[in-house]
Design a protein around this ligand. Structure first.
Ligand SMILES: Nc1ncnc2c1ncn2[C@@H]1O[C@H](COP(=O)(O)OP(=O)(O)O)[C@@H](O)[C@H]1O
Ligand SMILES: [Mg+2]
Length: 464
């Protein structure tokens, strides 16, 4: 064992007790070092540093693998070690001059900087070991048998020979299991390729104790990660709930306003039309016509608001979405031609049928085409693509335009009701579209290539 740092001088003790104090202080220091972080990648870096550092366990090279329970494999997580004997000598000299202890080194900003990728690390990260006593060799057996191995003839293990040593060289090695709560959750593999120091049983015993400390720390870090994830999901769910509540409130409010306005509007429109019919060729008739036109426009807006706020009734029948795409494009065929917009169709002819409400899905495509058209004032391409995924049981329709895309800072708002960047926009198109998709258990995503164009991606679930 190498130097350890506890601040006390064991010089006055008999040699065997000195040795023991040094060992205990090393373990104490490594466990303190591991407690400085809860992030898994940082923790693994500290562990591998402790295993290879002069002030730590001092092995020349180390690799750490963790069990992937669902895949029944061991996965290489991190490796550390110099690339060559000269490299090793240089690093050891540098360290000897620095005279830093493990804990000091772990806490120093230099350690973070030293997280450069080495060949050993690269190779380690590429390795997946089957958890099988023959196929996975000693690495797998260390986990399966929960025991260490000290191997003096490295050719004994074909897995390590073929997957590691053929790439980064090697010699005698040892493996110890990482244990947490009585279960083997990983392996640390060490060797002394550069100074050829034999690995003693004593070394292995110390490393085994350390590996179980490390096991607990890794377990805690993973639990923390799971908790973080759960917390994140909860936060997102809460945000969605708030958003949904807000939408309901806006919906109710706009519906009641729309109803209030609609009744007088109908009388205004009715009387204006009557007056319009009874006047002929004078200035007043011109004014009356304007009133009639504007009332029509207001009624159209109110209808949209009512569509938005009403809980839609779904009349679900099996349809081929390609057909609905064609029908929706047909509505705009003259306008698209006039605006110099080329329509490209890449529709998969074998699309499974989707249970949906025809007028509502047509509304979805019409809203998207209307937006694309308004974005492509100087002409462009409007592409419809349809395909399906047998695995996910989804029909996917993509609507892509070359209208310059959406400014990134507003993209979070486009599905909100009444959000619009257009002078005469109402801001309900995408919000209605989103709602219809939700009612069909589908999704709508936007892929934005700002400066070029926008793609809306719709997923519709289908049944056999
Ligand atoms: N294809 C598109 N290209 C660029 N911007 C778009 C596109 N589709 C939607 N937008 C943006 O999203 C906003 C909201 O769209 P929408 O809900 O349909 O309301 P409106 O069309 O009435 O503005 C638009 O004002 C526009 O800024
Ligand atoms: Mg719109």
């Amino acid at each position: 064992m190498r130097k350890a740092y506890l601040g006390l001088s064991p010089k006055s003790l008999p040699p065997e007790q000195t040795e023991l104090v040094l060992k205990l202080s090393l373990l104490h220091e490594t466990s303190q070092a591991m407690m400085t972080t809860i992030k898994l990648d940082d923790l693994l870096h500290i562990i591998i540093t402790a295993v290879t550092m002069e002030g730590g366990f001092g092995f020349n090279r180390a690799m750490l693998f963790l069990v992937n329970h669902s895949a029944h494999t061991l996965e290489g997580m991190i490796g550390m070690g110099p690339e060559s004997a000269e490299d090793a000598r240089r690093i050891w000299n540098e360290f000897a001059q620095k005279k830093v202890g493990l804990l000091e080194w772990v806490l120093s900003p230099e350690r973070i900087l030293s997280k450069v990728r080495s060949r050993v690390d690269e190779i380690c990260k590429s390795i997946i070991v089957p958890l099988h006593p023959i196929d996975g060799g000693i690495l797998a057996r260390t986990v399966l048998e929960k025991t260490y191995f000290n191997v003096s003839d490295e050719k004994e293990d074909t897995f390590i020979w073929e997957n590691i040593y053929s790439k980064v060289g090697g010699g005698p090695f040892a493996t110890v299991p990482i244990i947490a709560k009585g279960q083997a959750t990983g392996v640390i593999k060490v060797d002394n390729i550069y100074n050829n120091k034999p690995i003693s049983e004593e070394d292995i015993k110390m490393l085994t104790i350390f590996a179980s400390q490390a096991g607990m720390a890794i377990e805690n870090s993973r639990l923390y990660q799971t908790m973080e994830l759960a917390h994140q999901e909860l936060r997102e769910a809460q945000e969605q709930m708030l958003h949904a509540e807000k939408l309901v409130a806006i919906g109710e409010m706009s519906a009641s306003i729309a109803h209030e306005i609609r009744t007088p509007l109908v009388s205004i429109g009715g009387f204006a039309r009557r007056l319009c019919r009874s006047h002929q060729f004078d200035k007043e008739k011109e004014f009356l016509e304007i009133i009639v036109k504007e009332v029509d426009r207001l009624e159209a807006i109110l209808n949209q608001v009512l569509v938005f706020s009403k809980e839609p009734f779904l009349n679900l029948l099996p349809y081929n979405l390609n057909q609905i795409v064609e029908d929706s494009l047909h509505v705009f065929s003259d306008e698209l031609r006039q605006d110099n917009i080329n329509v490209i169709k890449e529709l998969n002819p074998n699309l499974p049928l989707v249970f949906c409400d025809y007028p509502q899905i047509k509304q979805v495509f019409i809203n998207l085409i209307a937006n694309a058209r308004q974005a492509m004032t100087a002409g462009g391409y409007l592409k419809f693509k349809s395909c399906f995924s047998e695995d996910d049981k989804m029909v996917i329709v993509e609507v892509e335009d070359t209208g310059g895309g959406i400014m990134p800072k507003i993209i979070g708002n486009i599905f909100n009701p009444f959000f619009t960047t257009k002078e005469k926009g109402l801001g309900l198109g995408l919000s209605i579209t989103h709602k219809i998709m939700l009612h069909h258990h589908g999704t709508i995503l936007v892929k934005n290539d700002y400066g070029k164009g926008t793609t809306f991606i719709l997923h519709f679930p289908f049944r056999e």
